[in-house]
Design a protein around this ligand. Structure first.
Ligand code: ADP
Length: 247
C-alpha cells in the first residue's frame, strides 16, 4: 500500500468511526429522553396532587426533582441537537425480532404518559406476524419514536391504533392517531433533521426534530420504507420492513 492509499484507508476508518459515534449518541439520547419523560409525568402527577395532598416538605422535594429532571431533558435535547448524524455507519447487528412483543413492551413503557393524557393505545393483534430479521435495538427506536409522537401530538382522551400486517416478503406496521395532524405545508419536510411544524411546537416545546430523521434512516438501512397520511384530524405512519434486511 503506498502513502496515498494508506491515507485514504485512514480517512475511511475515521469516517466510519465518526458515524458510529454519532449513531450511538443519537440512540442513547432518544432512550434517555423517553425514560426522563416518563419520570417527568410521574413527578407531575405528584405535583398536581393526583395521588392526594403532599406535606410542604414533600411538595418542595418533588418540585426540585421535577426541575432537575427538566434540566436533564434539556441537556439530552442539546446533545441530540449537536449530534450531526449524517448517516448510519454504525454496524447493524441482525437477529430474529418478535415485533409484536417489542411493541407490547413499548406500550407498557409509555403507560405513564398515556395514563396522564387519558389516551388508550389499541394494539390490533388479529394478524400475528412472522418474526423478522432486524437490528432489535434500532427497530425499538423506530417504534418508540412513532408511538412517542402519536402520544405527544394526540389530544387528551384520544385513542391510538397500532396494527401489523404481513405482506409479500415483509410486514407493515401502522401507528394511527387522531391528534393535531401535520400541516400540509410541513408535510414535505417532516423527515428533515431538526424540522418541527409550528403546531407541534405549540403542544410540545421540548422536541428536537431528530426522531423522524433517525427513524427514516434506520428503516431505510433495513431496506424498508416509511410514509404517512395526515390531515387535521390525525396522522398515520406506515413502516414497511422486509422479512430480512436487504442491505
Ligand atoms: P419532535 O417530535 O421531537 O419534534 P420528530 O422528528 O419526531 O421530532 O418529528 C418531527 C415533526 O413531525 C414534529 O415536530 C411534528 O411537527 C411532526 N410530527 C411527527 N409525528 C407527528 C404526529 N403523530 N402528529 C403530528 N405531527 C407529527
Amino acid at each position: 500500500m503506498n502513502e496515498t492509499e494508506q491515507l485514504k484507508a485512514e480517512i475511511q476508518k475515521l469516517t466510519e468511526l465518526n458515524g458510529l459515534k454519532s449513531d450511538l449518541i443519537s440512540i442513547s439520547a432518544h432512550q434517555l429522553r423517553t425514560s426522563l419523560s416518563a419520570l417527568k409525568w410521574i413527578l407531575k402527577m405528584f405535583i398536581d396532587k393526583d395521588f392526594g395532598p403532599l406535606t410542604p416538605e414533600q411538595d418542595d422535594l418533588i418540585k426540585k426533582a421535577f426541575s432537575s429532571n427538566e434540566r436533564m431533558i434539556a441537556f439530552v435535547n442539546e446533545m441530540l441537537t449537536i449530534n450531526h448524524t449524517e448517516d448510519s455507519a454504525l454496524k447493524y447487528t441482525y437477529e430474529e425480532v418478535d415485533l409484536m412483543g417489542l411493541i407490547d413492551e413499548l406500550i407498557f413503557d409509555f403507560s405513564g404518559e398515556t395514563y396522564k393524557k387519558h389516551i388508550e393505545i389499541i394494539f390490533l393483534k388479529n394478524n400475528p406476524v412472522k418474526h423478522i430479521i432486524a437490528d432489535k435495538e434500532k427497530i425499538r427506536v423506530v417504534f418508540q419514536n412513532l408511538i412517542e409522537n402519536a402520544i405527544k401530538y394526540s389530544n387528551e382522551n384520544d385513542k391510538i391504533f397500532i396494527s401489523v400486517h404481513e405482506q409479500e416478503n415483509g410486514i407493515e406496521v401502522s401507528v394511527k392517531d387522531t391528534g393535531i395532524g401535520i400541516p400540509l405545508e410541513a408535510q414535505a419536510t417532516i423527515f428533515q433533521k431538526f424540522f418541527r411544524a409550528d403546531n407541534a411546537k405549540v403542544v410540545d416545546s421540548i422536541g428536537s426534530g431528530l426522531g423522524l430523521y433517525t427513524t427514516k434512516n434506520i428503516v431505510e438501512y433495513h431496506g424498508g420504507t416509511i410514509r404517512f397520511e395526515s390531515s387535521n384530524t390525525g396522522t398515520t405512519f406506515f413502516v414497511r420492513l422486509p422479512l430480512q434486511p436487504t442491505k
